[in-house]
Design a protein around this ligand. Structure first.
Ligand SMILES: Nc1ncnc2c1ncn2[C@@H]1O[C@H](COP(=O)(O)OP(=O)(O)OP(=O)(O)O)[C@@H](O)[C@H]1O
Ligand SMILES: [Mg+2]
Length: 243
């Protein structure tokens, strides 16, 4: 069963076509990868799903209901959360308070301060940041700021989580931890749609992968099918994918 479906999604920035008639679905409970060269339109697509940007054409449905035309906070309260390619934490607030923002503002129902704090403490534990709860978010490393964004997104109690290059800039140990985290998020019953350039992560963690190039969907399939696709190898992966 699909949790998210999109048809005919088109987005122009002036004369540039960032997305051209994209159609796809995300199955409930899966980890779907989104790959493609720089400028392919991946982040733009997440912007459209999360309502940060309006599409020029096309429709997006979440759990069978049209979400195109809603405001970003309305999409979040329906159950779609995201992280950002360039991290956006609240730098002067504590790590714990950053997560509590998600509980307070991202849910359809009001959450008490005590409940928000309790859940945020648990989420910091889940992403491995318990030791840093009281420090300002600006003092975290890049990798930990990314983990904080994940915790804040999870605090909105999403059913679908969009991760935009969670692993970019992380070292191999941190990438391993992030791959494990993505799997544990899905094991909590949350569907994951992730943009990533770290191929090891995409190939190991995702059940399905979609490939964008110049705003068009050029392939979709299992990691094995994508690695074997001549088109994908030509435009993105390169011959090393066969190695
Ligand atoms: N707000 C904007 N205004 C104008 N052009 C934009 C805007 N956002 C994106 N673009 C352009 O749209 C195209 C798609 O950009 P997008 O950020 O979606 O690519 P991407 O696939 O996420 O790339 P990357 O892998 O580098 O993050 C690019 O040519 C980009 O320059
Ligand atoms: Mg991007």
């Amino acid at each position: 069963m699909s949790i998210l479906e999109a048809e005919g999604i088109t987005k122009h920035f002036g004369g540039l076509t960032a997305l051209s008639g994209i159609g796809f679905h995300v199955d409930q409970g899966e980890i779907l990868g989104l790959i493609g060269p720089n400028g392919a339109g991946k982040t733009t697509l997440f912007g459209l799903i999360s309502a940060a940007l309006p599409p020029d054409r096309g429709v997006i449905r979440f759990k069978g209901e049209v979400i195109t035309g809603l405001k970003p906070h309305q999409v979040c309260r329906r159950g779609v959360a995201r992280t950002f390619q360039s991290v956006k934490v609240f730098p002067n607030m504590s790590v714990l308070a950053n997560v509590m923002v998600g509980s307070f503002f991202g849910r359809p129902n009001t959450v008490s301060a005590a409940a928000a704090e309790g859940e945020s403490v648990e989420l910091l534990e889940f992403v491995g940041l318990s030791a840093f709860a009281a420090i300002p978010a600006r003092d975290l490393t890049l990798a930990n700021q990314k983990m904080l964004e994940v915790a804040r997104a999870l605090a909105t109690a999403p059913e679908l989580l969009l991760l935009d290059e969670l692993m970019a800039g992380l070292n191999p140990t941190e990438i391993g931890l992030a791959m494990d985290l993505v799997t544990r998020i899905r094991d909590r019953g949350i569907t994951v749609f992730m943009i990533e350039h770290v191929m090891k992560a995409i190939m190991c963690v995702c059940e399905r992968i979609m490939v964008l190039h110049h705003g068009e969907k050029i392939a979709e399939g299992t990691p094995k099918e994508i690695a074997a696709s001549k088109t994908v190898v030509e435009v993105y992966l390169g011959e090393s994918a066969y190695a």
